[in-house]
Design a protein around this ligand. Structure first.
Ligand SMILES: [Zn+2]
Length: 106
């Protein structure tokens, strides 16, 4: 629907994502940090769900976090600036990167 474009940000969808991240990802999935940086990014493997995904976090936040899941490219992009539940879970779990969660609230 065309008029939905004026609603740039869906707060409920964003909040749902945070709860899903806390509930499903943090409880069920395994988040493994790769030992070395890859092209300047800290890389995390998220396993234990229906598919495995890779989350990349820029340590100085020069770029927003990225995830290989389809949600990051689709619904999360419209509703939460690309912050899918995997990215949210990784950021919640790693205090040094937690400030990057702010982007989802701006
Ligand atoms: Zn994801």
């Amino acid at each position: 629907m065309e008029e939905n474009k004026t609603i740039r940000f869906n707060i409920k969808a964003r909040d749902d994502r945070f709860f899903r991240a806390a509930e499903s990802v943090l409880k069920k999935y395994k988040i493994t940090r790769r030992p070395a940086l890859e092209e300047g990014f800290v890389v995390f493997d998220v396993t234990g769900g229906t598919s495995d995904y890779v989350v990349r976090i820029h340590p100085e936040w020069r770029e927003n976090p990225r995830c290989t899941c389809p949600d990051a490219e689709n619904r999360a992009k419209e509703n939460a600036r690309g912050y899918c539940k995997h990215i949210i879970a990784v950021l919640l779990k790693n205090t040094e990167f937690r400030c990057q969660l702010l982007e989802a609230f701006l």
